[in-house]
Design a protein around this ligand. Structure first.
Ligand code: PGA
Length: 240
């Protein structure tokens, strides 16, 4: 795992963007795995800027996303579909028909299976963008005795509902379930671009870097098995 420490969020986002931009320049038909949340917003802003300035284009790129809330309309401004349109897809020259997110109107595993089929057809990604939760979750794979390899419907933990309530009017409005890629699919990319910013990620970053063990109660620990991980952190996440 290569660790890149930046002085703040903006610098972290720029450094992550520099890597993504160079990989896009090498391979225009790049297959992305994308993530939502506060962490990748700065990366996406840098990619939009590079696209507008002609440094990169998304014309031949395609993407899959890690996860989505269950029972939320795609047009709802809290949906991850909305987030991706608003923070990236609407502002770059990507063909939206080549961008994919899981979708589950209700908590039924059949929607997870549908996404697995889509992932199988899509194939391995070139880059997967990942955040890590304060509790070490990856996508919505929460700490547990067992982790899923493939897509499934996940009951969110109280900790994640609390963390995500900042985007909603109240904690009650946060959906209780999500549909999420499993650990096998989340890591099925040549290069993992992992980012963590701010003091509330310090414990997770410290555990990831200092512990030498891999265990499902800390899903991020499985990053140690991947041969090509870049971990971009800011000083607050690195030093606490
Ligand atoms: P965040 O979420 O980027 O909004 O902090 C990351 C995560 O919980 O995986």
């Amino acid at each position: 795992m290569r660790v890149i420490v930046a002085k703040d969020y903006d610098e972290m986002s720029r450094k992550a963007a520099d890597l993504v931009i160079s990989l896009m320049q090498e391979k225009p038909q790049l297959k992305f795995g994308l993530a939502t949340g506060s962490t990748p917003e700065g990366l996406y802003k840098n990619l939009i800027k590079a696209n507008k300035e002609g440094e990169i284009n998304f014309k031949y790129a395609s993407s899959v996303n890690l996860d989505e809330y269950v029972g939320i309309d795609k047009q709802n401004d809290q949906s991850y579909q909305y987030f991706m349109n608003d923070r990236l897809f609407d502002h770059v020259d990507i063909d939206k028909s080549k961008t994919h997110l899981p979708f589950a109107p209700e908590a039924d595993e059949k929607y997870a299976k549908e996404y697995d089929e889509l992932l199988d057809n899509f194939g391995p990604r070139d880059i997967q963008v990942l955040g890590i939760g304060p509790n070490g979750h990856v996508a919505f794979n929460e700490p547990d005795e067992k982790l899923n390899q493939r897509t499934s419907i996940i009951k969110l933990t109280d900790e994640t509902i609390k963390a995500n309530s900042r985007f909603f009017d109240s904690e009650d409005e946060v959906p209780k379930y999500a549909v999420s890629m499993g650990m096998g699919d989340a890591f099925n990319a040549k290069t993992l671009v992992v980012m963590a910013s701010g003091k509330n990620k310090h414990d997770a970053v410290k555990r990831l870097l200092e512990e030498d063990t891999i265990y499902p109660q800390f899903p991020a620990s499985f990053l140690k098995l991947h041969p090509n991980v870049y971990l971009f952190v800011d000083e607050e996440a690195y030093n606490g």
